[in-house]
Design a protein around this ligand. Structure first.
Ligand SMILES: Nc1nc2c(c(=O)[nH]1)N[C@H]1C(S)=C(S)[C@@H](COP(=O)(O)OP(=O)(O)OC[C@H]3O[C@@H](n4cnc5c(=O)[nH]c(N)nc54)[C@H](O)[C@@H]3O)O[C@H]1N2
Ligand SMILES: Nc1nc2c(c(=O)[nH]1)N[C@H]1C(S)=C(S)[C@@H](COP(=O)(O)OP(=O)(O)OC[C@H]3O[C@@H](n4cnc5c(=O)[nH]c(N)nc54)[C@H](O)[C@@H]3O)O[C@H]1N2
Ligand code: SF4
Ligand SMILES: [Mo]
Length: 761
């Protein structure tokens, strides 16, 4: 690097985590004075979007917390020492565990858009406390999709979208939300290439539909009919790859039969898309040399959420678009932000949920409870309610439905702990708040590394010393574990001594210790941190758990890692060292399309097409009903949480980071504005069944009649340099409901909130 003040790192504002080169400067040398894309990063290759340029607002947020805090009886927070904090937190957690059992301690979080190393270490603490119920932001959006691909493929799949000839975005607006590598470059390329076709399913004309060849402009919430109509059109009017289906799938006959019965014309009419547009989409997909589909919140947080994910995956599977260039394929992961689900089905294809939350009975899928039910789970006097919560890298009071009830529920627990970089709405309800070092002050990594066929892992190094008295999560969890007194000092000494003799000696002693004390497997990441970590460079100890993950990864996928250059008895350790020594990230495995089927579950190695419970949902579509029951008096629909150019979940709190107009307003169609007598920037009152707020309105000719939208993650307060509390936009989860959720998995239907708008006058 030319400039000694320039560092390679990655952006933490969305789950794409583009590689960056950041130059530090300013009076204290800690300001991000220049941010550009890192050309050496194997997937972003220099690409960044508008948001990364203003990352300084994250790092140098002057509302950051610098020392542990304890809430006093009067609600005021006082600074306390780490010693006092850890001692009190450890003993309170232990007492809840002893009195009520670990299943009454709930965990949520473990990394936002880019910081997942902490999740590896919290696992040790949660195991030590016998914590049974864990949730994270992915379990309020992606668990339906995960459930479906797990059932069908038995492993995580991802599309090779960059090389696909025909691409479809289902409820996804990558121009604004990115959500894929180099989104805007990709859209431009699609548009430029006459051989390629882009299909977008969205009720709204979006920045992404501007690049599309085919826009399926459905009525909001009618996705399941539109997707079924396309499937039916393909099954009835196009040649299917029957030999391929026979060789690689199970149950294709049943799927073909189901969709043969669907009236394409009726479904098209019901979802509001012209028949010829459905036909064009079906033709493009059926004739594609390669096809990839990516979906996001527009279908996942909308009616039929889980069913939509099923229909989306069926589109690829029934047309044979799996396991070759430009299609879906299996992803191999070192660590998973969202684990594959193993929920079994009974003979009729119903989910045999193994575990449920004690109060709401919400299903545990992928080992996670649905975040959307948190208000109902904790704001109750139910005898089996949780008694304690640990929250890390998440602002649940702001980001999950029914904020006020979550806040009250947290206050009523026997114990609550938040670990964050700032004093969030959630932290302000907790008994203790521990200050984490920021993502640019510690070694950090994202586990959102879903790529196919090449897999990439990026371990980022710190650019700055930790601010104030902050600590990385690994150290925080290690100290609490030590307070609980789980591991004796001699075991740690033995391991540290072995680590100093090199990786192979360390591996050998570790195995011996684990066979003598198998219970220590549950705190494996802690062990690695405190022992192997001691032999790494200062601060790098927080990466130690990756050593174990690398060993496991190379053992599970020897062929794929060998293609990326990691071979022989030291492959795992070599991979770990490569991660530590590659500031821009490393290609850790390369899949071969030929192996895509051998990776599928044995003995058949086939894609399982029928999922009984969802096939019955498909049958029900035939009644051409409304997607959800509309409550009387709420004739419009609110999209509660739209991605705009200056939204980044709850990560950016200072309103000064926002550039440009129209970022915060409630957007409505010109017809609705006329009908309600509203003008640009008029005030209006927005009401749902759960709340009301006064909003400023912007007239947007891209919005269809009856639909309104507010951005996600706004309305947080921020204390500015003058000591005034300022905020931008509206706190949408005061308007949403913990009851408006998908019936199978519990994802919230935030894109489809019944609402009304009244003129403020
Ligand atoms: N700028 C920005 N980018 C982000 C984020 C951010 O906060 N800001 N957050 C990141 C995160 S965590 C996520 S999960 C992703 C989400 O990324 P996206 O899902 O792409 O973003 P959204 O704007 O939430 O929703 C996508 C589209 O859904 C459409 N939609 C609304 N109702 C329906 C419907 O009934 N059916 C269909 N088919 N579409 C509908 C909306 O019109 C919108 O264009 O974005 C990531 N990227
Ligand atoms: N109504 C509605 N609600 C939504 C959405 C919507 O569209 N509509 N979108 C949903 C989606 S898709 C998502 S992903 C969620 C996200 O919602 P959350 O789970 O709340 O996650 P983030 O908003 O990403 O917040 C991350 C938190 O991590 C903190 N943080 C940042 N860096 C660090 C660090 O290094 N260590 C620690 N310990 N903390 C750190 C930040 O200060 C912030 O408080 O919001 C969801 N909520
Ligand atoms: S696409 Fe996402 S990760 Fe990349 S620069 Fe933009 S916000 Fe950051
Ligand atoms: Mo998300």
């Amino acid at each position: 690097m030319e400039d000694t003040n320039t560092y390679k790192t990655a952006c933490n504002l969305c789950f794409v985590n583009c590689g960056l080169e950041v130059t530090l400067g300013g009076e204290d040398g800690r300001q991000f004075i220049k941010v550009k894309g890192d050309k050496d990063h194997p997937k972003s290759q220099g690409y960044i979007c508008n948001k990364a340029a203003r990352l300084n607002f994250y790092q140098n947020d002057n509302n950051r917390i610098h020392s542990p805090k304890k809430r006093m009886e009067d609600g005021v927070y006082v600074d306390i020492s780490w010693e006092q904090a850890i001692q009190e937190i450890g003993s309170k957690l232990k007492s809840v565990q002893e009195q009520h059992g670990g299943e009454r301690i709930l965990f949520y979080g473990g990394g936002g858009q880019g910081n997942h190393l902490g999740a590896t270490y919290v696992a040790s603490l949660l195991n030590a406390l016998d914590v049974r119920y864990r949730g994270n932001p992915a379990s309020q959006e992606k668990t339906g999709h995960t459930f479906v691909f797990s059932q069908m493929f038995g492993l995580p799949v991802h599309s090779d979208i960059e090389k696909a000839q025909v691409v479809m975005f289902s409820g996804k607006n990558p121009f604004m939300s990115n959500g894929m590598d180099q989104a805007r470059n990709f859209l431009r390329e699609m548009k430029r290439d006459p051989e390629r076709t882009l299909i977008v399913l969205d009720p709204r004309r979006t920045e992404t539909t501007d690049y599309a060849d085919i826009h399926l402009a459905i009525k909001p919430g009618f996705d399941a009919w539109c997707l079924s109509a396309i499937l039916a059109q393909i099954v009835k009017n196009h040649d299917l790859p029957l030999d391929w289906l026979k060789a690689h799938t199970r149950g294709y006959e049943e799927i073909i039969e189901r969709f043969s019965k669907v009236s394409v014309k009726d479904y098209a009419e019901h979802c509001g898309v012209p028949l010829h547009t459905i036909e064009a989409a079906a033709e493009a997909i059926a004739n594609a040399s390669s096809f990839s589909l990516e979906e996001d919140l527009g279908v996942q947080m909308a009616p039929h959420s889980t069913l939509n994910s099923y229909l989306d995956l069926l589109l690829s599977a029934i047309t044979g678009q799996y396991g070759k260039t430009g299609t879906l394929g299996p992803v191999l992961q070192i660590a998973e932000a969202l684990p594959t689900d193993h929920t079994p089905l009974d003979e009729e294809g119903n989910l045999l949920v193994v575990d449920r939350l004690p109060v709401t009975g919400a299903p545990i899928v992928s080992g996670l409870y649905p975040g959307a039910v948190l208000a109902d789970e904790i704001d109750t006097d139910h005898q089996d309610r949780p008694r304690a919560m640990i929250l890390e890298s998440t602002n649940v009071v702001h980001s999950l439905p029914e904020s006020d009830r979550i806040a009250r529920g947290l206050r009523n627990l026997d114990f609550s702990l938040a670990i964050d970089v700032v004093m969030t709405e959630t932290a302000r309800q907790c008994d203790y708040v521990l200050p984490a070092s920021s993502q640019y002050e510690k070694w950090e990594a994202t586990y959102f590394q879903r790529h196919y066929p090449k897999n990439i892992f990026h371990l980022r190094r710190p650019m700055l010393e930790p601010a104030g008295d902050t600590l990385p999560e690994a150290e925080i969890y290690a100290r609490i574990i030590e307070q609980l007194g789980i591991v004796d000092a001699s075991t740690l000494d033995q391991l540290t001594a072995a680590a100093e003799e090199g990786d192979s000696r360390f591996g050998q002693v570790l195995m011996e210790i684990l066979s003598e004390q198998p219970q220590l497997k549950r705190v494996m990441s802690y062990l690695l941190y405190r022992t192997l970590g001691q032999t790494l460079e200062p601060g790098q100890d927080v990466a130690a758990a990756l050593w174990g993950l690398c060993q496991r990864f190379v053992m599970s996928h020897p062929v794929e890692v060998a293609r990326a250059g990691f071979e022989g008895p030291n492959a795992g350790s070599d991979m770990f060292r490569a991660l530590c020594n590659s500031p821009s990230g490393v290609v850790i495995s390369i899949a071969d399309h030929a192996d895509s089927f051998t990776k599928l579950p044995k003995p058949e190695n086939k894609i399982q097409l029928p999922i009984g419970t969802l096939l019955r949902d498909i049958d029900e579509l035939d009644q051409l009903q409304a997607p959800v029951d509309t409550p009387e008096g709420f004739p419009m629909l609110l999209v509660a949480g739209q991605r705009r150019s200056y939204t980044a979940n709850c990560i950016m709190r200072n309103p000064d980071w926002i550039k440009g107009k129209g970022q915060m307003e409630l957007t409505i169609s010109p017809e609705d504005a006329d009908g309600l007598g509203l003008e640009e920037l008029s005030s209006a009152v927005l009401e749902t069944q759960n709340g009301r707020c006064e909003v400023s309105v912007s007239i947007d000719e891209r919005m269809p009649k009856g639909l309104m939208a507010l951005p996600n993650g706004q309305g947080m307060d921020f204390v500015n340099d003058a000591g005034e509390v300022v905020k931008a936009g509206y706190w949408i989860n005061k308007l949403t409901s913990a009851k408006l959720i998908d019936k199978h998995i519990g994802t919230p239907l935030h894109k489809h909130v019944p609402a009304r708008l009244l003129s403020a006058g």
